[in-house]
Ligand binder design. Structure first.
Ligand SMILES: C[S@@+](CC[C@H](N)C(=O)[O-])C[C@H]1O[C@@H](n2cnc3c(N)ncnc32)[C@H](O)[C@@H]1O
Length: 167
């Protein structure tokens, strides 16, 4: 039997992400963490989660508590936790459709997803997992991967307003 191990890494590009400086940061981690004596990890500002994914794979932690003020981000993490298979299926389908389109149609596809993401916000209950979280999480990951600079930014009406990344 062949064991395939894939390294888990952030699934969203997020402003201020720590991926580039992880190795340097790890020099400042507590020695107790490296000795396996720390069993609980708490990160209230999870963002893209670069540090969390790194720690989760490098050290023997029993419990993780992660949080963020951004409810869209928290919804995406909770969807990964609750229904990752359906999320992956939906993303694969979006990727398949998107990659078959020419540039002009890719732009249309991007703005269609962006409108649907913004228009459906009022239908989302951010507190309890519902099946519509899967679609919303797929949309935010798609937008994050295809928008200009991979940013997440909303305007005063909480509408995602980053343009596409197509010249
Ligand atoms: C730079 S990111 C964190 C990077 C991340 N820890 C990593 O490993 O790459 C900062 C995050 O803090 C969140 N944040 C800012 N103020 C906050 C607050 N008062 N409470 C919770 N989260 C907050 C932001 O929404 C953002 O996602």
């Amino acid at each position: 039997m062949q064991l395939i191990t894939t390294k888990a890494k952030p699934f969203l590009k997020w402003a201020g992400g720590k991926t580039q400086i992880l190795e340097q940061m790890s020099n400042f981690f507590p020695v107790e963490l490296k000795l396996g004596k720390i069993k609980r990890y708490v990160e209230p500002f999870i963002g893209g989660g670069a540090v969390f994914f790194y720690v989760a794979q490098m050290y023997d932690i029993d419990q993780f508590f992660i949080s963020d003020v951004n409810e869209e981000l928290v919804l995406a993490y909770k969807t990964v936790q609750s229904d990752v298979d359906d999320l992956i299926d939906m993303l694969r389908e979006m990727e398949r459709k998107y990659l078959r389109l020419n540039i002009e149609k890719q732009k249309n596809y991007f703005y269609d997803i962006r409108s649907r993401f913004n228009d459906s916000r009022s239908l989302i209950n951010f507190h309890n997992f519902k099946s519509n979280w899967v679609e919303r999480s797929a949309q935010i990951i798609f937008l994050n991967r295809t928008c200009f600079n991979g940013l997440f930014r909303v305007n005063s009406k909480t509408e995602f307003n980053i343009p596409d990344d197509i010249l």
